[in-house]
Design a protein around this ligand. Structure first.
Ligand code: GLO
Length: 552
């Protein structure tokens, strides 16, 4: 089968925040359909749709109560089918979010499982006896508290690596795997084009369930015992045989805690599991004194070292996914660029160049193509995210962080920064809804919005559009080997791509100061593919300048 996913650019939609068609303040499927022309204009090939399944929304749809029904807030199955066919008409593929490490506690399987120890669904989930009247071990859940919830009815605990409304499925049970595979086939038969697999590296747990190390916070880290567990590759190969290999689809696994060696198994050219994984090293750097919460900037050297390592070591063996942000991360320009009015546009374009010129499939998170910024909410009431709210309480109420310190961390890191509504135009609520938006719109929508940027030749939007087009015109952008340059530089991220006698040299200034750079001396005959400045001055890079030059 043709590996079309290598040539593609993927656009992630977080449906709740994309476009609301019926005025209830919540984005929906018809809202997406109405904006497919926009995505076609941008030129993306694939949409990764965050979950749209029926869900009580404890974690905005990542807690699914019925995998074969659509969340009523988002519309109906007819709306879904229409969106799928309208996307296909425009040559845009749809990749579904597959959340099968856990379900909602309101899923019928769990409702049954909870009823009694001998219920036929009991073993669909991970139930354990308590230890000395306490939880089976010291693991913490990703959204705060213990990872175990006590059930009075049967006097046992069930495991939930995320919220207590997200019980973990027991993948050791062949019946669970069969149910999941059947459900996946059902979606494939509908004509979808792939799956992004939520926390798929967590589906096989260490059977010993040992205590985890308590580093910061109140609970033990379960990472080493739930990520990349003993049977994960076996299960994914089975999934590949039973489902994936039968369809022309793309797959990307979200693989928390994955090493390069592991990634070669998940996404190896010949290992028969998935097409690629998301790894998180470059977004998890920095100070971890209060869990993932840190307001400190990461030095370019560390960032580059992490990203280059993946570029170099997967070469020829597995395929990279490239991203700066998604629905779980702060906004790219606020985190890695400079979102002040002076440098927002130029630094957003610089980041785009740096990422899209690398080897792998680039992912754009909705609004990134406009250079949307963090929300920087200053009141806790403005936050909606379960992770942010729980972390605030857990850390401040147990004396692990000060209130102001924690609010500053939320401003920099909270997932809600990425979840504020898409900024379409200058109308009320940025054109996202005619009602009251479920989360506040970023105040800067009068300056930053799609309508204005589509009309402005030099906008961030038109820059992304050009980058996407360049990928279609230059095979070297897809297949060229990556070779790092200036590896000791503190300010410039530079590399080259090499392919059949051609070469692209890329340099990105990650600072607001002018930096000396001799990389382009002698390349005057090369063709400038793209740059965020009108003119490149030989010998230097202007503040946040990015440039890519093709040489034959
Ligand atoms: C990342 C997911 C995140 C979900 C979590 C639970 O880890 O994308 O948004 O909250 O996985 O499903």
């Amino acid at each position: 089968m043709k590996q079309w996913w290598k040539e593609s650019v993927v656009y992630q939609i977080y449906p709740r925040s994309f476009a609301d068609s019926n005025g209830d303040g919540i984005g929906d499927l018809n809202g997406i359909t109405e904006h497919l022309d926009y995505l076609q204009d941008l030129g993306v090939d694939v949409i990764w749709l965050s979950p749209v399944y029926q869900s009580p929304n404890d974690d905005n749809g990542y807690d699914i109560s019925d995998y074969q029904a659509i969340m009523s807030d988002f519309g109906t199955m007819e709306d879904y089918d229409r969106m799928l066919s309208e996307a296909h008409k425009r040559g845009i593929k749809i990749v579904m979010d597959l959340v099968v490490n856990h379900t909602s506690d309101e899923h019928q399987w769990f409702v049954e499982s909870k009823k009694s120890k001998d219920n036929q669904y009991r073993d669909y989930y991970i139930w354990k006896e308590g230890k000395n009247g306490k939880e089976p071990n010291n693991w913490g859940g990703c959204f705060g508290g213990s990872a175990w919830e006590y059930d009075k009815e049967t006097d046992m605990y069930f495991l939930h690596c995320f919220s207590k409304k997200q019980p973990d499925l027991n993948w050791e049970n062949p019946q669970v795997r069969k149910e999941v595979f059947d459900m996946m086939s059902w979606w494939c038969e509908k004509g979808i084009d792939g799956f992004r697999m939520d926390v798929i590296s967590m589906i096989s747990k260490d059977p010993a369930f040992p205590d985890g190390e308590v580093r910061n916070g109140l609970y033990g880290d379960n990472g080493p015992f739930v990520c990349n567990g003993p049977h994960v590759h076996e299960y994914l190969r089975e999934m590949n045989q039973e489902v994936l290999s039968k369809y022309d689809i793309m797959t990307v696994g979200e693989a928390a805690g994955v090493t390069i060696e592991e990634a070669k198994k998940y996404a190896g050219e010949t290992t028969g599991e998935l097409n690629m994984v998301f790894q998180f090293e470059h977004v998890e750097l920095g100070d971890h004194r209060i869990g993932k919460w840190s307001a400190k900037e990461v030095p370019l050297k560390d960032l580059r070292e992490a990203m280059n390592r993946w570029q170099i070591n997967l070469e020829g063996k597995a395929w990279n996914s490239l991203f700066w942000d998604n629905h779980d991360q702060p906004r790219a320009v606020s985190r890695f660029g400079d979102d002040s009015p002076m440098y927002r546009e130029v630094s957003a374009k610089m980041l785009a160049t740096c990422l899209h010129m690398m080897k792998g499939t680039p992912y754009i998170y909705q609004g990134e193509e406009l250079g949307m910024t963090n929300a920087y909410f200053s009141k806790l009431e403005d936050y909606r995210d379960i992770e942010s709210i729980n972390a605030y309480h857990e850390y401040t109420e147990n004396g692990l962080a000060g209130k102001e310190e924690m609010m500053n961390c939320l401003k920099e890191i909270s997932r809600d920064n990425a979840r504020t509504p898409m900024q379409w135009n200058t109308k009320e609520n940025a054109g996202f809804t005619t009602g009251t938006p479920w989360i506040k719109v970023n105040k800067n929508y009068l300056e930053i919005n799609a309508e204005a940027e589509m009309a402005e030749k030099d906008s961030v939007y038109n820059y992304y559009k050009k980058l996407i087009r360049l990928r279609k015109e230059n095979e070297i952008m897809v297949h060229g080997r990556f070779n790092p340059l200036l590896e000791e530089d503190d300010h410039i991220y530079a590399y080259e791509r090499l392919w059949e006698g051609e070469k692209i040299v890329v340099a990105c200034n990650f600072t607001k100061e002018v930096q000396a750079c001799d990389l382009f001396r002698g390349l005057e005959d090369g063709k400038e593919l793209i740059s965020n400045y009108k003119e490149h001055k030989t010998g230097v890079l202007q503040p946040y300048e990015a440039i890519a030059v093709l040489c034959k």
